[in-house]
Ligand binder design. Structure first.
Ligand SMILES: Cc1cc2nc3c(=O)[nH]c(=O)nc-3n(C[C@H](O)[C@H](O)[C@H](O)COP(=O)(O)O)c2cc1C
Length: 341
């Protein structure tokens, strides 16, 4: 049987949590993979009440052979945490772990994580080895994590009754992937040695966001650079990412990276494949998204702000929605917000 290309929800900090993935998977059947927001490997253990929320997953996500990959970040001084986090992520039922080496945020770069790792061969190699160690020794490490485990992970605890046993038993642990997401380079395209090094790292795939770090998220994504980079990948498949919005875009870009493509901002507030909606349809989706978000993040009832960032996406290009958008963004609390919907 031919292998289906990966058509995935790109990891987006503050957005691609379980609620966004579930609503997007429900309405967009083209998508077969989703990435979590990035979680700091040390934070998962030192501030679990915050970081574990980034790793909420459910067996509902894995229906129809869909895959969910947890993304992590950290530096080469946090190897022990990379190992523990990888074991935990495998244990929780995810389909794979992805290392962020593309984040352009200053605070992440100054901690020697994210895009700081571009062209840092030794550091990257040590991190990938630490991840392998965690994945290969998952069962042993999970047993060692028991105190942590009891408090936070065992399903149906009062603290975080999020992970269900079905999701924990769900994924085919033998197909667990280890992958990397990166950018074209820092200021300009990275050199051939770097791409050859990535090719030989023995990871399942490398996703390349077709912008440099200094380009951030502006300027048009430079897909033509992948035609050049591709030459250096002899064994590891690459996945392309940047500026994909429509089904046509997906088809065109798969000609460049047949292994797969990831879609980012085009999916924010837009879980359906079509962008032409009327106000009623957009609000109905927004409400459904909010309903899902409240199941996993009930604290939104006390502080609605983190959800408001989806509003512009849902109401963009919707005729006569400008006033409502403003009012929703100005809502002072959950009650005011929900009354407007
Ligand atoms: C708000 C926001 C948050 C993001 N967070 C992450 C992240 O946590 N990890 C990551 O690898 N990329 C992150 N990205 C980058 C996206 O995954 C993607 O590579 C980028 O947006 C380009 O794709 P697009 O043009 O389809 O949006 C983020 C992008 C945005 C806009």
């Amino acid at each position: 049987m031919p292998v289906q290309p990966i058509i995935g929800i790109s990891p987006m900090d503050g957005y691609t949590n379980i609620a966004m993935r579930l609503i997007t998977f429900k309405y967009n059947k083209l998508l077969n993979t989703g990435f979590t927001e990035f979680a700091n490997v040390e934070g998962i253990f030192k501030a679990p009440e915050v970081s574990l929320k980034l790793l909420y997953t459910s067996s509902k996500e894995y229906k129809n052979n869909r895959k969910v990959i947890a993304q992590v970040f950290g530096n080469s001084k946090q190897l022990e945490y990379f190992t523990k986090a990888s074991a935990l992520i495998k244990f929780l039922g995810f389909s794979g772990i992805d290392l962020n080496t593309g984040c352009p945020y200053k605070n992440i770069i100054s901690s020697k994580a994210g895009s700081f790792l571009i062209c840092k061969k030794k550091m990257l190699k040590s991190i990938i080895n630490a991840i392998y160690k965690g994945v290969e020794n998952c069962n042993i490490i999970i047993k060692q994590l028991q105190p942590f485990n009891k408090q936070y992970i065992i399903p149906k605890t009062k603290l975080l009754p999020i992970w269900d046993t079905a999701s924990i038993n769900n994924c085919n642990k033998n197909n667990f992937t280890i992958s990397i997401k990166t950018r074209l380079g820092r200021k300009r395209l990275a050199n051939p040695q770097w791409w050859k090094f990535l090719d030989k790292l023995n990871v399942s795939f490398v996703t390349i966001h077709t912008r440099t770090v200094v380009q951030g998220y502006s300027e048009t994504a430079k897909w033509n650079k992948l035609l050049y980079i591709k030459k250096y990948f002899e064994t590891t498949p690459i996945i392309g990412n940047g500026d994909i919005k429509t089904k046509n875009d997906i088809q065109n870009k798969l000609k460049i990276t047949p292994t797969g493509v990831l879609i980012g901002r085009g999916l924010i507030g837009n879980p359906t494949p079509t962008t032409s909606k009327n106000l009623q349809e957009a609000l109905s989706l927004l409400k459904e998204h909010l309903h899902l978000a409240l199941i996993y993040f009930p604290e939104l009832k006390n502080y609605i702000a983190p959800f408001k960032k989806f509003v512009p996406g849902y109401l963009s290009n919707i005729p006569y929605s400008k006033n409502l958008k403003q009012q929703l963004l100005l809502a002072r609390n959950y009650k005011e917000f929900i009354q407007l919907l």
